[in-house]
Design a protein around this ligand. Structure first.
Ligand SMILES: [Zn+2]
Length: 93
């Protein structure tokens, strides 16, 4: 397989539909329309590779979810007195 230089105009990648190619020098870019209606210009290779999946709204969605996965389970810090009553009795004796 060669480099991804196919015509991707009109194709949909995740939330982005490619409207047209925009050539800006060495890095080809494409103008895409996101499912949310926003238009963004992104790197073509990122769209093809799936690095860019939306105008940014997808990432925002994603960031909300893995909150629980991100943090490892924290053990609640508890300060339990190991011996208190016993100690008291010892003192009395
Ligand atoms: Zn969007």
């Amino acid at each position: 397989m060669a480099r991804p230089s196919k015509d991707i105009v009109g194709k949909k990648f995740f939330r982005l539909t490619v409207l047209k190619e925009v050539c800006t020098g060495k890095n080809p870019m494409v103008l895409c329309e996101c499912e949310c209606g926003k238009k963004v210009t992104v790197y073509k290779h990122n769209v093809i590779k799936g690095n860019t999946k939306s105008c940014g709204c997808w990432r925002a969605d994603r960031l909300r979810k893995p909150e629980s996965e991100k943090k490892p389970k924290k053990k609640p810090v508890r300060f339990v007195p190991v011996y208190d009553d016993d100690d008291d009795e010892d003192f009395r004796v």
